[in-house]
Design a protein around this ligand. Structure first.
Ligand code: GTP
Ligand code: MG
Length: 194
């Protein structure tokens, strides 16, 4: 694996706190606990830079990570966590919505979804939001290590159908445990940020 650098730049809850828009950004969206922070660590081959937790709701701000002095991953707060108050949830949605509407150097979204379960209503809503705002995106299904290989095609089929994807090539299968899928996603990321 190629060596990657990662630097946590800042946490933000409002546009005034974002870092200068001088590098392309790739934002990660997905349900709480889907594995967004783990994804960042796995992609750079480092543990614990992005804080992860077995409890959902760990990431509550927009966290900016500079990668290889070339681009940034932006770890967005997870959606769909039932145990935060409605008011708190609305606040998170506002952070995410502000960022996606306004950020000039946002080049793409990675929409993370749990491979074990069909996409949720909120996952479908997130995809629609990206479509509406015309933000390029890739769908990354996480935790594939938890599914038997013989079951892959059944799960892939359900994602392609429910998300109305042109083909299964629009889906990137990923595991933070063993970094399956990381090489393909690096190719995608490089084509987005170069
Ligand atoms: P929030 O910050 O709450 O939005 O969650 P998150 O999406 O950042 O999830 P996080 O990366 O903290 O991971 C949640 C839990 O899932 C942790 O216990 C991780 O170890 C686990 N996890 C994440 N990705 C994978 C994966 O690919 N395989 C397996 N087996 N576990 C994973
Ligand atoms: Mg997180």
């Amino acid at each position: 694996m190629k060596y990657h650098t990662i630097e946590m730049l800042t946490s933000a809850v409002s546009p005034a706190q974002y870092p200068a828009p001088n590098l392309p950004e790739i934002a990660l969206a997905g349900r709480s606990n889907v594995g967004k922070s783990s994804f960042i660590n796995a992609m750079v081959g480092r543990q614990g830079v992005a804080r992860t937790s077995s409890q959902p709701g760990k990431t509550q701000t927009l966290n900016f990570y500079e990668i290889d002095h070339q681009f940034r991953f932006v770890d967005l707060p997870g959606y769909g966590y039932a145990r935060v108050s409605k008011r708190e949830r609305e606040r998170f949605n506002q952070f995410i919505s502000d960022y996606l509407h306004q950020r000039e150097n946002l080049v793409a979204l990675l929409l993370l979804m749990d491979f074990r379960h069909p996409p949720t209503v909120l996952d479908l809503g997130m995809k629609e939001f990206a479509d509406e705002l015309e933000i390029p995106y890739a769908i990354v299904t996480t935790k594939i290590d938890k599914i038997k290989r013989s079951q892959y095609s059944k799960h892939i089929h359900s994602f392609v159908q429910l998300l109305d994807l042109p083909s299964d090539e629009a889906l990137f299968l990923f595991s933070s445990e063993d970094r399956t899928g990381a090489a393909d996603l690096w190719d995608v990321i490089h084509s987005l940020v170069e």
